[in-house]
Design a protein around this ligand. Sequence first.
Ligand SMILES: Cc1cc2nc3c(=O)[nH]c(=O)nc-3n(C[C@H](O)[C@H](O)[C@H](O)COP(=O)(O)OP(=O)(O)OC[C@H]3O[C@@H](n4cnc5c(N)ncnc54)[C@H](O)[C@@H]3O)c2cc1C
Length: 347
Amino acid sequence: MSFNKISFEESLATDVIAAGKCVDCGTCVAVCPFGCLEYAVEAPRLIKECKVCGICAQTCPHYKWSWSKAENFVFGRERKPEEEFGIHRRLAVAHAKDERILKSCQDGGATTALLSSALASGAIDGAIVAGNNREKPFCPIPKLATTNDEILECAGTKYFYSPNLLALSEALKQKKGSVAFVGTPCQIRAVRKMQMAGLKRHVAPLKYLIGLMCSECFMYEGLMENHVRGRLGIELGSIRKMNIKGKMLITTDAGVTAIPLAEIKQYARKSCSFCDDFSSELADISVGGLGLDGWTFAIVRTEKGEELFSNAEKAGIVKVRDASEETFALSLLQKLSKKKRQIFSTH
Ligand SMILES: Cc1cc2nc3c(=O)[nH]c(=O)nc-3n(C[C@H](O)[C@H](O)[C@H](O)COP(=O)(O)OP(=O)(O)OC[C@H]3O[C@@H](n4cnc5c(N)ncnc54)[C@H](O)[C@@H]3O)c2cc1C
């Protein structure tokens, strides 16, 4: 595969990092064949002279992005205007049947159930997910989970950025053949760019892409340390669950504290304001809560997504309903997708 030879300094450093668009997904660090880049909070850093291979530019989700190219690559066609939240085959709401998943998941636990089902059937031998940081509650760490218990431990949403692509190196090191990847829209986009760039060795293990719906990620220090602990006096270790349903809801043994979204907006990551994809439109399956209580809204988009979803359904691991009657969730999905798409025309 030959690449347009451009240096990190001439491409990502200027057009992405200096422009404030770097989401810190870690893709450039993961793919640099010469180990020139180091992952750092905010943005990657050059630690060795760039060899000007151009691979980082070719795979960055914010450098020279083309929806048309990506949609043609994944679906063989472009999205029609009426496909407001992207190309899809099926819409469903689902929840896990396993009580252990229901206790630790975010919405309906369908995501964890899909991973668990695929692992049990041998369809995957691992899943890249967001693990838990023992010192900082709800601060995610990219993790390759290889057992059902590990997949279960990583259930639940952490509203902070988890550069899950960094865990790809672990999958390659462990010579995993079939891995499911869970990530935010920007990370799904990065994987698609890696596939389009023909980075065969890196993408070979990635069998299924589960994309999270995502309005934005927050900064841990601001939201958790300054606001939740500092201002509201909630001990971070006492938090059982964080969720967003119109407000941010923080559950502890003492009850639920609701924080208006306008109050926490100041802690949103600035680079998320450049994102024009709410529902992970290039994933095999997209998942979100969309205001539902105890159910996951699933958008099955590709043949692989269909395989993953229907296998879990046939195995009786998830309870599934058609989504056509979920009018509130559907209109929220349309509204949030449209709102993010508009960003595209303003930047
Ligand atoms: C930052 C963020 C913002 C979100 N915003 C919205 C929103 O605005 N509207 C909406 O409908 N849904 C949103 N979601 C998705 C929602 O919170 C649930 O993840 C989704 O509904 C799946 O629920 P579940 O019960 O099936 O997932 P679970 O079974 O609980 O599994 C969740 C999976 O996501 C992984 N994960 C958790 N946090 C992260 C992270 N930070 N990065 C990557 N992977 C992670 C977990 O490791 C786990 O594998 C957001 C998720 C994230 C991470």
